[in-house]
Ligand binder design. Structure first.
Ligand code: GLN
Length: 197
């Protein structure tokens, strides 16, 4: 029985909960998916998702609710964590364009640029190539951060938009510029949740 927690302080939490439930069902895994707000809910957790939203707000609320340090520790211990969009920013080691008070988990060896896409193209949909599937994936980008540098050999590309890397994996961690939770396609959630078995 796996226990998946979606950090539920701000952002598209409900969508990740639904996508995770569908993914578990497709994989034939019994488990629960919880709206994670308090550190005590981390007990017995098998996987954590940090949603898209506004990374300054998610950061502030994770600090306020006492979640930042315990989640970092779990990530270091090997608990699978996936961050999408603002969640990718939260996972990153280096962030261009952060506000001075913004705090990060600093687990994923990437440098990202917040709000890197210009205003005119701040939201778009485009097919993504995935490392683990032959069929293209519908990539939804909403004021997405851009992965501008991979900072170590540990971090591996797993998703591309053309020849640009838009998703990475580093052992137990996955960071994506786009929002798989805003599509009906559960391949990315399935790939991630297999790490929790
Ligand atoms: N640009 C936003 C931020 O910095 C992220 C946007 C998103 O998650 N859709 O938090």
């Amino acid at each position: 029985m796996v226990r998946v927690g979606v950090i539920g302080l701000q952002g598209d939490v409900g969508e990740h909960i639904e996508a995770s439930k569908r993914a578990l069902e497709n994989l034939g895994i019994s488990g629960e998916v919880i709206w994670l707000r308090k550190p005590r809910q981390l007990e017995g957790i098998s996987a954590i998702i940090i949603p898209g939203g506004e990374s300054t707000t998610i950061s502030r609320l994770m600090v306020k609710n006492g979640l930042l340090e315990p989640v970092r520790k779990l990530g270091e211990e090997g608990i699978p964590i996936m961050g999408t969009c603002a969640g990718l920013i939260m996972l990153s080691k280096e962030v261009i364009g952060a506000t001075p008070e913004q705090r990060f988990l600093e687990l994923l060896d990437v440098k990202v640029n917040r709000n890197a896409y210009g205003r005119q193209v701040d939201s778009f949909e485009a097919p993504i190539k995935l490392a683990f599937s032959d069929e293209p994936f519908p990539g939804v980008f909403i004021r997405a951060p851009r992965i501008v540098e991979l900072l170590s050999e540990r971090v591996k590309p797993i998703a591309w938009l053309g020849d640009r890397v838009v998703g990475v994996e580093q052992g137990n961690l996955i960071g994506l510029e786009f929002h798989p939770e805003l599509t009906e396609d559960t391949r990315v959630h399935e790939y991630f949740l297999k790490k929790a078995l």
